[in-house]
Design a protein around this ligand. Structure first.
Ligand code: ZN
Length: 277
């Protein structure tokens, strides 16, 4: 069994949290991933208990907070600010009964080596996990398939979380980032499926490694990512999680959000039916 999830990135610029939740529930998504931008906007005008009320009377359930951005390679005040931001996210997650916070790595502006990045990520994640474990929240590390990103492929991300070696720290596998950063299918074969805490499903325009951007994301099945192979490996390995659709395509942001969410659900179901069942 693989569940379907909706990530607010897909309607980031043409919708809001209330609208996303309404239509994600209406069109049958099982889980919901918040983007912090629209969530903070919502909370500026509403009480958090309104969201709790929504989930208590809906079938859809909250899954993850996306994202603590650029959390690593920080020191001093910058690190303290990130840690404060993380603590606020833990508070929100606990209120809403959300089990996962996603972490995204910083650009490698200092020209750090892979070994230095590993050491820094392990230390920072260990400190963050000391906080989040008090809340019963897991952390999921999302590598970004961009040249400048300090963690930009699956094998590097897996190396870090293996070194952290805690049951509450895992990986986000995002098909776009897997493809854009030229991660290898052999590396996916080596992943413990229990360590894939979040699975972002999407497709991409065809492009050489390091040339693609978030805006090149397409509906699953409409692009160049070998989803048949990726889903085939996950199925073989017994992955049983949530396939969350996450796009940032400005073309789809021009649509009516109800249409975007309806199509998002259909495209997610279609690709799972095709390659996973
Ligand atoms: Zn993602």
């Amino acid at each position: 069994m693989i569940y379907t999830g909706y990530n607010q990135g897909t309607t980031l610029k043409n919708s809001d949290t209330e609208t996303d939740l309404k239509f994600a529930e209406k069109y049958g998504f099982d889980f919901f991933e918040f983007q912090m931008g629209p969530l903070y906007e919502y909370l500026a005008g509403h009480e958090i208990k309104e969201l709790k009320e929504f989930f208590s009377t809906s079938r859809i359930k909250p899954y993850a907070l996306n994202v603590l951005e650029f959390f690593n390679l920080k020191t001093g005040d910058a690190l303290r600010e990130k840690t404060d931001e993380f603590c606020s996210m833990c508070e929100i997650a606990r209120e809403l009964d959300i089990g996962i916070i996603i972490l995204v790595p910083s650009p490698n502006e200092g020209g750090f080596t892979r070994k230095q990045i590993l050491k820094d990520s392990v230390e920072t994640i260990s400190k963050l996990t000391d906080i989040s474990q008090e809340y019963g929240i897991k952390l999921a590390y999302e590598f970004l398939g961009f040249k400048e990103s300090s963690v930009n492929n699956l094998s590097q991300c897996n190396e870090i979380i293996k070194e952290v070696n805690r049951p509450d720290v895992g990986i986000v596998l995002d098909c776009f980032h897997f493809y854009a950063g030229d991660s290898r299918l052999e590396d996916l074969e080596d992943i413990d499926p229990e360590k894939i805490f979040v699975f972002h499903i999407n497709d991409s325009k065809k492009g050489d490694t390091w040339t693609l951007e978030d805006s090149d994301r397409l509906w699953p099945g409409d692009g160049a990512i070998p989803l048949e192979r990726i889903l085939g490996i996950l199925k073989k390995k017994g992955f049983k999680g949530v396939a969350t659709i996450e796009l940032f395509n400005p073309e789809y942001w021009k649509w009516d959000p109800e249409d975007t969410i309806r199509v998002a659900r259909q495209k997610t179901v279609d690709i799972i039916d095709k390659y996973y069942k």
